[in-house]
Design a protein around this ligand. Structure first.
Ligand code: COA
Length: 478
């Protein structure tokens, strides 16, 4: 009965309502796109990888030396930029002769950081050298340098001078410190690791601060600089003008160590429960402590021994006790009862027992090689990391196949391995060529890039601006 009433009432109101009008909406025209000054071209129809390199046409005046700057320009060269490395005649980048392994030949230190570049020798303090540099400034898109503070200005290449010659020029620099009390200091890798917060948080609690093998100060800052450069290049497509790009090594290291600054702030609200120091009952001090091999994230981890550890320094594996696979871990290591035991079943319950848990895991991993452990764990999605030696990485076929490890041939030293481009662009495969000999491309660049005639090149040569000063006869004979 009630339902009949409702149905009647519904049909009465429906009768009173005017019939619904179906309005047909016209397709709206897409709003006119605001131009950003560079309309993108139509998508290329060329096969992938054959539409030119990503940075093709970009010319870099490379004033870098040692590691940080060269890391940056090598990457840009791999991406297709024409990197013109300026070196002092007869001397070159100091690393050419540092840590030499083959007598009289460019060191691996140099060759592995300067691939795919061209080398021109110019004395930047010689008047003719200065004139050539001015021409290079006008011709190039980017100047990259990592001299000690003030050195570029002392060469006369101030920002004002460069910008006047070429308003489109991007001037990119690595310095040890940004503006502040230490801005004038010279800085090397380990200085940056220490000043950027990495060393104070690396190592074991009861030992001294440690530097890491990964060159986060030099190569890390070079990477930051490369990003700054391509970003400035992109902005230039709108503004038409260059800008200064500065990466301080201290800033770069701190950026990479940001999780430790996170922990510094967490300390104000209590102990860092994922640090094994918490489980061991050791009180925390005022600063983020060194955490040994504790994982920096929320999933506890540690390095444990594998079969052969007594004689092989790399027979170890990093083992992560990720919560979702805890049950699988318990089964694998022969502790199925830990799945339900209140002392082990949940992540918070495990935190005070991490030492004991990893000792138990280690009893299991010690019965197998690191690769066997990896196979067993990966079958259950348990994340583990075998400690791979440089030898193992050099021989790893998959790294050769992807171009991450590349063999190149050098006229002086023969074949050597280098690290190719770790950044893979699907439409711009990396171009990895051997490093240049000192001044190998001097004449080629003077002629083809700067347009000097053969007569002018001869005059430049005679001026002493691109060649090493003759050794006095006595010294040469000695
Ligand atoms: N022709 C003539 N002179 C040249 C030249 C050329 N082609 N190229 C470089 N030089 C000169 C410079 O003009 C400068 O001379 P000046 O001091 O009289 O002005 C000198 O060579 C280079 O100086 P500098 O950068 O101080 O070299 P260094 O070997 O004394 O110091 C560093 C090396 C790395 C400590 C320093 O360059 C630095 O702190 N750089 C910034 C931070 C950095 O990148 N560090 C990491 C390096 S991996």
């Amino acid at each position: 009965m009630a339902t009949k009433k409702k149905a009647k009432a519904k049909s009465r109101t429906a009768a009173k309502r005017p019939a619904k009008k179906v309005v047909k909406l016209k397709a709206r025209k897409p709003a006119a796109k605001k131009s950003n000054g560079h309309a993108p071209p139509r998508p290329s129809s060329r096969p992938w990888g054959e539409a030119g390199k990503a940075l093709e046409g970009v010319k870099i005046l490379d004033f870098t030396h040692v590691q940080s700057g060269p890391t940056c320009t090598q990457l840009l060269a791999y991406m297709g930029a024409d990197v013109i490395k300026v070196e002092r005649p007869g001397v070159g980048d100091i690393t050419r002769t540092q840590l030499r392994d083959v007598k009289g030949q460019d060191s691996l230190y140099f060759t592995m950081l300067n691939g795919s570049k061209r080398s021109i020798t110019i004395d930047s303090k010689h008047p003719t050298g200065k004139a050539i540099l001015d021409r290079l400034v006008k011709e190039c898109d980017i100047l990259v340098e990592n001299f000690a503070p003030g050195a570029l200005d002392r060469m006369g290449l101030t920002w004002e001078h460069i910008h006047k010659l070429n308003p489109r020029m991007i001037v990119a620099s690595v310095k040890g410190f940004g503006p502040g009390p230490y801005e004038d200091c010279k800085v090397y890798e380990n200085v940056a690791q220490c000043a950027g917060g990495s060393a104070s948080t690396t190592g074991f609690r009861d030992g001294p601060p440690l530097v890491t093998g990964a060159q986060i100060g030099d190569s890390g800052t070079g990477l930051h600089l490369a990003l700054g450069i391509v970003t400035a290049l992109f902005q230039r497509t709108r503004t038409g003008r260059g800008q200064k790009v500065l990466c301080a090594m201290q800033d770069g290291v701190l950026n990479l160590a940001r999780v430790k600054l996170r922990d510094q702030q967490r300390l104000a609200h209590g102990p860092l429960t994922e640090y094994s120091q918490y489980g061991e009952g050791v009180p925390f001090g005022e600063a983020t402590p060194r955490a040994g091999n504790d994982s920096g994230g929320g999933q506890p981890g540690w390095i444990v021994k594998c079969k052969g550890w007594e004689s092989d320094p790399n027979a170890y594996i990093y083992f992560i006790t990720q919560a979702p696979v805890w049950a699988a871990i318990c089964d694998l290591i022969g502790k199925p009862e830990w799945k339900t035991d209140a002392d082990y079943a949940t992540p918070p319950a495990r935190l005070p027992r991490l030492r004991q848990i990893f000792d138990t895991i280690e009893e299991w991993t010690k019965t197998m090689t690191k690769f066997e452990v990896m196979e067993k764990c990966n079958a259950h999605d348990i994340p583990v990391g075998p400690i791979l030696s440089m030898r193992e990485l050099a021989d790893e076929p998959s790294l050769r196949a992807t171009g991450t490890v590349v063999e190149v041939d050098h006229p002086g030293r023969g074949k050597y391995l280098t690290v190719g481009n770790p950044i893979k662009l699907s439409d711009s495969p990396a171009v990895v060529r051997r490093s240049p000999l000192l001044g190998e491309h001097t004449e080629e660049i003077l002629r083809d890039v700067l347009g000097y005639s053969a007569k002018e090149v001869a005059e430049i040569k005679a001026s002493g601006a691109i060649t090493a000063p003759e050794k006095p006869a006595k010294a040469a004979a000695a």
